[in-house]
Design a protein around this ligand. Structure first.
Ligand SMILES: Nc1ncnc2c1ncn2[C@@H]1O[C@H](COP(=O)(O)OP(=O)(O)OP(=O)(O)O)[C@@H](O)[C@H]1O
Ligand SMILES: [Mg+2]
Length: 313
């Protein structure tokens, strides 16, 4: 699309990918800087699409693909994937939640028992539509579970292109959603490598409990080795979890994280028992305890990720 500088009239060719994250966020304008005369000027997003004949562009954009991952177990990956996905859906975005974990907990947390899921999609036994379950309004689930262990073996045995297996299976789904949120298992295996070859954004929950920085830096090294082969995957968000303001340790760890990773750090998710109780009722935090601090914290995260300050207000 073309943006013209109002001062020097220079025409700039801008990729639609630059404005893609702002679609559906309610944001009306961006500030552009002219590469020639350095003039800074506002660009109205609606006018930009209309003027460039892209009124249909919004529909054609692919989903943002965000994986929630960290090799360390029990840090709040599934809790974050489920509640971020639920919150985005409540804010009106179309969300596909993909559970790539053999524990299959995303479905459990939403009170759903999918009969088919990611396994059948990857083995092509069923069509994508048959594998996906509508869990809530605007929220669809591609379930995980034990059967994924067999899929991992199939991926391992492929003689070439193994890391693209998930990307190939998901390709037809990308234009149907605004967000594809992926929950991953702890550890490091072929399925996680597949997720990192498919997603474009990485969200890392970091539990402010024990040795979080070690786990994070180890994971970032592994991510770096993937980035050598796949430039599109980027660390976008570090979400501190289990923040307990009554004790000093977690607060110090949070301060350290803010200092080390200022560009990625998100507002923390505080320790809150409602988060561990909600799954046994098959409810998201917004359904189970809408007035809780946990619900407030996940609302903040929804706003941060969607770039929409008015989401869920
Ligand atoms: N902020 C929080 N406050 C209190 N409990 C929490 C919080 N976040 C998550 N929990 C609870 O902590 C436990 C671990 O969380 P969760 O299952 O989301 O972690 P995980 O990283 O997905 O674990 P795994 O690596 O095993 O997949 C769960 O029982 C969950 O309900
Ligand atoms: Mg989990």
């Amino acid at each position: 699309m073309i943006i013209i500088c109002p001062k020097c009239s220079r025409k700039h060719n801008v990729s639609p990918d630059v404005v893609k994250p702002y679609i559906g966020t309610g944001k009306k304008k961006l500030t552009a800087t002219c590469k020639s005369c350095k003039h800074r000027f506002p660009v109205l997003l609606d006018a930009l699409f209309a003027q460039n004949g892209h009124s249909e562009t919004i529909k054609k954009f692919k989903a943002r693909k965000i994986c929630v991952t960290l090799s360390k177990g029990g840090v709040g990956k599934t809790t974050t994937a489920v509640n971020l996905g639920s919150g985005l859906a409540l804010a009106g975005y179309k969300v596909l939640l993909v559970d790539t974990d053999t524990q299959g907990q995303s479905g459990y947390m939403l009170g759903r028992k999918p009969v088919a899921g990611l396994t059948e999609l990857l083995t092509q036994e069923l069509t994508p539509r048959e594998c996906i379950l509508e869990a809530r309004k605007n929220l669809w689930l591609l379930g995980g579970g034990k059967s994924l262990a067999g899929v991992k073996r199939i991926i391992d045995r492929k003689s070439f292109g193994a890391e693209w297996t998930l990307s190939e299976a998901m390709a037809s789904l990308e234009r149907e959603y605004d967000f594809i949120i992926m929950d991953t298992s702890p550890g490091w295996d072929q399925l996680i490598v597949n997720v990192l070859f498919y997603a474009t954004e990485v969200l890392v929950p970091v539990a402010l409990e024990v040795m979080p920085l070690h786990g994070l830096s180890e994971f970032l090294k592994s991510l770096g080795s993937i980035q050598k082969y796949r430039k599109e995957i980027q660390l976008k968000y570090i979400v501190p979890t289990f923040l307990d303001n009554r004790i000093k340790g977690p607060q110090n760890l949070y301060a350290q994280l803010k200092k080390l990773y200022p560009e990625y750090i998100c507002p923390p998710i505080r320790y809150n028992e409602s988060l561990s109780e909600a799954p046994s009722f098959g409810k998201s935090i917004f359904e189970f305890a809408p007035g809780s601090t946990a619900s407030a914290d996940y609302r903040q995260l929804v706003r941060k990720v969607s770039l929409n300050e008015n989401a869920l207000v």
